[in-house]
Design a protein around this ligand. Structure first.
Ligand SMILES: Nc1ncnc2c1ncn2[C@@H]1O[C@H](COP(=O)(O)OP(=O)(O)OP(=O)(O)O)[C@@H](O)[C@H]1O
Ligand SMILES: [Mg+2]
Length: 236
């Protein structure tokens, strides 16, 4: 672990057309660390990752990636500092094939990740390379969204509910991929409602409630204190 966090979010305030969603969020993620963002529907988890990525404009506060202040910068600028997002709902482009989607996401200057390496990590995508986005299962779409994000060779991946709408067996497969990626030293922020997946991937959890960080703990401590989890998330 390095002294300086890879991602440092400080007093972040953001929202939509006058409605303030993030009420001053502070969160830091070290190099190689995986942090799960938990919280009920509408808590502000997506708004937080989208504000980090520059997709939602910050009203105040700061987002610093590896010492570079990217607050209010365009998503392309944030991406160049090494951040990639796998958005909620995947947003796979229906009329393009798997291969085409990966080709347009490929960088001109080859980074650490190539399409070949994506196919090695997720052979299912190689089998489906000529299928259109609209012809993919939910799990395959999720893999494609992960592959597309990896092609920027990110140092920090923002994953917004990768298990959403997937059957348990598929969640398991996606989980194995994400655990493997977290093990490569890439930093991860994972928004999840599926606690099993969140705990498998993350080292630490931050619970978001009404646009604030209501609780932070290591996964081990959080799992030990069921009462806290129940009261914060309304689950067991
Ligand atoms: N594009 C938007 N325009 C206006 N309000 C929005 C927009 N997106 C989200 N909101 C509102 O912001 C609040 C936080 O939403 P957000 O999507 O960040 O929550 P979330 O924690 O990701 O929820 P979920 O678990 O359902 O994905 C909600 O009240 C939501 O209605
Ligand atoms: Mg969300």
């Amino acid at each position: 672990m390095t002294g300086r966090p890879l991602l440092e979010v400080t007093d972040l305030v953001a929202g939509y057309d006058g409605s303030r969603v993030l009420q001053g969020i502070s969160l830091s993620v070290s190099t190689g660390e995986a942090v799960a963002l938990l919280g009920r529907n509408g808590a502000g988890k997506t708004t937080l990752v989208e504000t980090i990525m520059g997709l939602v404009r910050a009203t105040s506060g700061r987002v610093v990636v590896d010492g570079v202040d990217v607050t209010g910068r365009a998503p392309s600028v944030v991406a160049r500092t090494g951040v990639a997002i796998v958005p909620q709902g995947r947003r796979v482009f229906a009329p393009l094939t798997v291969e085409e989607t990966l080709r347009i996401s490929e960088r001109r200057v080859a980074g650490e990740w190539t399409i070949e390496r994506i196919y090695e990590l997720m052979p299912r995508l190689a089998e489906r390379k000529t299928n259109l986005g609209s012809q993919l299962s939910g799990g395959e779409q999720q893999m494609l969204a992960i592959g597309r994000a990896l092609l920027s060779s990110p140092r920090l991946m923002l994953l917004d509910e990768p298990s959403d709408g997937l059957a348990p067996a598929i969640v398991e497969q996606v989980g194995e991929i994400l655990v493997g990626l977290a093990g490569t030293g890439m930093s991860t922020v994972i928004v999840e409602q599926d606690l099993r997946l969140a705990f498998a991937v993350a080292d630490r959890v931050a619970v978001i409630r009404k646009g604030e960080v209501a609780h932070e703990a290591t996964v081990a401590d959080f799992r030990r204190d069921e009462a806290v989890a129940k009261s914060l998330l309304g689950v067991g």
